[in-house]
Ligand binder design. Structure first.
Ligand SMILES: [Zn+2]
Length: 162
């Protein structure tokens, strides 16, 4: 389901959008057996038209149902982007598709929140895992619990793959 911004209306007044989108509406496409999206994506956004750009500022968050990669314990993790900013050029190569004066910003909510999903969800940084697990599991490096660190963490993973 799209989250449409009417550009014509935006020329007259700024918009404030608050609401939620169900997992089916957001339609995250990712494969991770340790993470499930069962809660709605919440958004609280101020939208304005700054010349040739669509400016979106606010916050988005979604709660994830995770399974700890070390101890397999289920836990909830909230991924929050606060503040979340989006500057969309309305003309040029990078502009989004405009249909009937409307732009769908849902793909940007989806992609930006997906980037903050943990790569290796861990219930707590102190988690020692299951005692019965083989040493390879307990040798897994500590994963930062903060979503803000996930980008640095993915960089580390890229290095390890080489
Ligand atoms: Zn754990």
């Amino acid at each position: 389901m799209p989250l449409l911004i009417n550009l014509h209306r935006l020329e007259e007044e700024d918009l404030h959008l608050t609401g939620e989108l169900s997992p089916a509406e957001v339609n995250y496409e990712f494969e991770d057996e340790m993470i499930r999206v069962e809660s709605p994506l919440l958004y609280d956004l101020d939208i304005s038209n700054s010349g040739d750009n669509l400016l979106v500022q606010g916050q988005i968050s979604v709660q994830l149902a995770c399974e700890c990669v070390r101890c397999l314990k289920p836990f909830q993790l909230t991924v929050a982007l606060d503040p979340w900013d989006l500057l969309l050029p309305l003309i040029g190569e990078d502009s989004p598709e405009i249909v009937d004066d409307c732009v769908d910003i849902l793909p940007y909510l989806r992609e930006d929140s997906l980037l903050e999903f943990p790569r290796h969800p861990v219930c707590s940084v102190e988690c020692k895992g299951l005692n019965m697990e083989p040493p390879t599991i307990s040798a897994t490096p500590a994963t930062p619990s903060e979503a803000e660190d996930s980008s640095a963490w993915s960089e580390l993973n890229k290095l390890k793959l080489k």
